[in-house]
Design a protein around this ligand. Structure first.
Ligand code: CMX
Length: 134
């Protein structure tokens, strides 16, 4: 079951500038920065009620750099919190969504994650995520 929007990912060219800008927008600071080496990104998280905003800056080989080159900075993905990521991956593949990884992988912020191809989701890059240890 999909429970809520866990976070919205925003691709940025310069994390430190974006941190400053979004801190002004939200009136509070990012609560954590985290490098995800497997994705070639550095991330910064803001908590807004039950939802988070994740800023992402990528190295030159990353999906984030490719996205910015092609489409510019902006909303990159929407992440949904799921109760059981394995079960959701099986269910959603059965519904015709294209999974971008066959097994859940470790993402930022203590999560197991799986992406769905935007071409199979009306142009939206969807991330499923489940808190590790939940
Ligand atoms: N949202 C919507 N559409 C997107 C997109 C995004 N974030 N990224 C790419 N696309 C579009 C491309 O513009 C392209 O559209 P057109 O065919 O109309 O030009 C289409 O999707 C396919 O693009 P592609 O060139 O075949 O594929 P890419 O090499 O650009 O890869 C994707 C796209 C989604 C498969 C790849 O970025 C991916 O595997 N993403 C998952 C991992 C990821 O995004 N990691 C970074 C975040 C990590 C984190 O949150 O910690």
């Amino acid at each position: 079951m999909v429970r809520k929007v866990e976070h919205i990912g925003i691709a940025v060219k310069d994390l430190s500038n974006a941190n400053e800008l979004f801190s002004k927008l939200f009136g509070k600071a990012s609560y954590k920065e985290e490098m995800v080496e497997s994705e070639g990104v550095i991330t910064s998280f803001f908590q807004l009620g039950e939802t988070k905003i994740e800023l992402l800056e990528g190295n030159e080989d990353s999906a984030i750099a490719k996205f910015i080159e092609k489409r510019g900075e902006g909303i990159h993905h929407i992440a949904f919190d799921v109760e059981d990521i394995h079960a959701e991956m099986i269910r959603l593949e059965g519904e015709g969504f294209q999974l971008l990884n066959k097994e859940p992988k470790k993402g930022a912020d203590n999560k197991l994650i799986c992406f769905l191809h935007p071409k199979s989701a009306n142009g939206v890059l969807v991330e499923l995520c489940q808190e590790i240890g939940e």
